[in-house]
Design a protein around this ligand. Structure first.
Ligand code: PLP
Length: 418
């Protein structure tokens, strides 16, 4: 039956337990059961983020230029910190958004509008991107009537620059690489893509949504993370989510451009409205002041030192997961993950990974899977640090259970996926 608004209101003392009972059966993310959706860093980050978020909960980013100048300054500080991290030239410009999808929609829209002026020969624009880029690009392409050409990956699951070069034609307006891609956790060869973009005079967008605020610190710590940012001349725009490994609360992301001339094509300027002229940089209008304030607070709370310390923990933990998974006979980590996304597949015909996933689900773990290759994907945050042994033990048991069940009871029994 459809609910209607209750006739009488209730106080928090009634609402809170009701909501707690509604969410009781949700995945227990605090115990590291979710390999996606949530990030938890440290108790002090959580505390600072919560306080800042709630303090500026009512402010609206839409009014940053006229009413909430302080929140506007916080936003400029956040963008400056991002531009510095990503080695943008002095001309670099950015915009804060509500998430990776919005950042990517904006980058594509900006590139499309820039191309209308600067590449008029591209009448039916297309974007050339490796198979592994996030579906937000398909969403953008769908919304803007752009074709998206996904090219096959190299054997290490990274973009294949040759395949991308072959897909380019006179209608191509953008090349994309990920740092890293979500399904396999590997950073595309951005230096090669940058060279290709320079050679063809094409716009290269680097989608660093998931890894943008982790990769610079990993590089600084000496982990083998390839160059991926504005230090490469072909990179014209980048997206990086604060609400992932930036350790900031949702919704918060950033999109950056090499020059103001590119960024100029981002804004939406409307003078037709009876309400007057309205200029916005983002897809959304109202934007949460709380998320801006919390991002500012978290970045300044952690500082470079804090990000380095957390990044080291994340990378050491990821290495331990990789070793633990590879130590289980029949399983193999996909590619050579650069940061903290680890995915693994089965290398034995009698060990269907989908059945291993089923057994893990029965043990209370939420499981993410990739299609090609068929693999289990885990995005590791510090929530997964204390449960590593438990996860690997459950995984080993799941593998053993699948093998035991797959033992043919008759000579003709075949392993099946289900
Ligand atoms: C998460 C992610 C996105 C989309 O970000 P949302 O914040 O979920 O909209 C885009 N690209 C990559 C690589 C991602 O991991």
């Amino acid at each position: 039956m459809r609910k209607s608004l209750p006739a009488h209101g209730s106080p928090w003392s009634v609402l809170e337990p009701t909501m707690e009972s509604m969410t009781k059966a949700d995945i227990d993310w605090r115990k590291g059961r979710s390999p996606m959706y949530v990030f938890y860093t440290t108790d002090s980050v959580y505390e600072v983020a919560t306080k800042a978020f709630m303090k500026y909960f009512t402010e609206n980013g839409l009014g940053n230029a006229k009413a909430f100048l302080g929140v506007g300054q916080m936003e400029r500080d956040i963008l400056d910190m991002g531009l510095s991290l990503f080695h943008a030239p002095d001309t670099g410009v950015g915009t804060m958004t509500t998430g990776g999808t919005e950042s990517l929609l904006l980058a594509v829209k900006t590139c499309r509008d820039w191309s209308r002026t600067h590449r008029p020969q591209a009448r039916k624009p297309n974007i050339v991107a490796p198979m592994s880029v996030h579906p937000a690009f398909d969403k953008a392409a769908h919304l803007m009537d752009i074709e998206i050409r996904r090219t096959p990956l190299a054997s290490d699951c990274r973009a294949d620059p040759k395949a991308m070069a072959a897909a380019i034609d006179e209608n191509t307006i953008m090349l994309v690489g990920s740092a890293p891609c979500f399904p396999h956790g590997v950073i595309d060869p951005i230096a090669d893509l940058s060279a290709l973009a320079v050679e063809r005079h094409l716009w290269l967008h680097v989608d660093a949504c998931v890894g943008g605020y982790l990769a610079p610190f990993a590089r600084k710590l000496g982990y083998p993370v390839p160059e991926f940012d504005f230090g490469l001349p072909g990179v014209w725009s980048m997206s990086a989510d604060l609400h992932k490994f930036g350790h900031c609360p949702k919704p918060a992301s950033t999109v950056f451009y090499r020059t103001p001339e590119l960024h100029a094509f981002q804004k939406f300027d409307n003078a037709e409205w009876s309400g007057g002229r309205m200029i916005t940089q983002t897809y959304v209008g109202t934007r949460p002041g709380g998320a801006i304030a919390a991002a500012w607070a978290v970045m300044n709370h952690l500082g470079e030192e804090g990000y380095l310390a957390i990044s080291r923990r994340l990378l050491e933990m990821s290495k331990a997961y990789v070793q633990g998974v590879n130590a289980i006979p029949g399983l193999k980590v996909v590619g050579d993950p650069h940061l903290s996304i680890v995915s693994y597949q089965s290398v034995d015909a009698d060990l269907p990974i989908a059945t291993v996933a089923e057994r893990l689900r029965e043990k209370g773990w939420l499981i993410g899977m990739t299609r090609a290759p068929s693999a289990i994907v885990t995005m590791l945050s510090l929530l997964h640090e204390p449960v590593r042994e438990e996860y690997l033990r459950d995984l080993r048991q799941a593998v053993e259970a699948v093998r035991a069940a797959a033992k043919p009871s008759t000579a003709t029994a075949q392993p099946t996926y289900n």
